[in-house]
Design a protein around this ligand. Sequence first.
Ligand code: TYM
Length: 328
Amino acid sequence: MVRVLSCLQPTGEIQLGNYLGAIRRWVQDQTPQSFHGVVDLHALTIPRDPAVLRAKTLETAQLLLAAGLDPNYTTIFVQSHVPEHPQMAWLLECTASLGELERMTQFKDKSAKTEGSFTSAGLLTYPTLMAADILLYDAELVPVGDDQRQHLELTRDVAQRFNSRYGTTFVIPRAGIAKVGARIMDLQEPTNKMSKSADSPQGTVKVLDEPKDIERKIKRAVTDTDGEVRFDPVTKPGVSNLLSILAATTGVADPASLAHNYQQYGPLKADTAAAVIEFLAPLQKRYHELSDDPGHVTQVLAAGAAKARTVASVVLARAKLNVGLLPG
Ligand code: TYM
């Protein structure tokens, strides 16, 4: 059984891209070797309202349960409940180079946005905390959306460097990126990825959106003026995004194969909206059921943290020993 780990940040409302690119694959492939974390420490790279962060952390965990992660198999935990994460992150911060971290696309983009105001040091070292999340669990496979590719490459480089300096310590993980749905784009700006932190409410389908809102957002999605339905993400990003969403939500392996069913954009939009609404309905129903029993989520997270620590503490001890720290 392959050891799997993947996480998400509690930084906003979970959107369709998170679900198609990551969460639903975690659900489909879950085994007793699956670990999934709500990474609240990562969220601190940007100042947050403390009450909102706490609420979002719980809400995100509830959503993972609603999506179908079963705590009888999968370990679901909150990152800050497992103190091995920031400890391991320090060892890896001392293994990654400043240049490597400065070259990360996410750091360049996000620090450009905050330019002139405040850029935290955590924004720069974020990828080493993410590497710690992965390496602490001896994860072999990390199912993520396409935007995490570079972070996975850095994790592999840092793990290999650590192993060659201090002897074999870490399992070298690989990214698992879906063929369809790995990069869902914003409906209003289809050259940008859909994101829970982007300021694009009309371009983002949140998984808990009401059906009428989903329908409105998809019907108003930006397309183009040539009128032909064709899968070509470079010249027709809006139409191709709709075809990708339709394929991913109806279990079709190749979005291009759907194009010939449509002569106009209107019916494509109508079918895509209907497919998304149907696809999200079970998750929404279960989420609202779970809201009646918030104590359940808290219990799942306490058990998850205890289980996560049994694995993470062994790997951290191994890394500390190999790097030359005196056992306490
Ligand atoms: P985050 O919280 O931004 O996103 C969670 C997951 O959703 C995927 N995703 C998408 N997939 C397809 N289309 C989109 N538009 C889209 N937007 C987001 C992301 O690729 C991700 O898989 N750095 C990570 C969190 C993290 C992590 C980890 C992931 C921290 N530690 C360890 C894996 C392993 C992040 O910010 O994801």
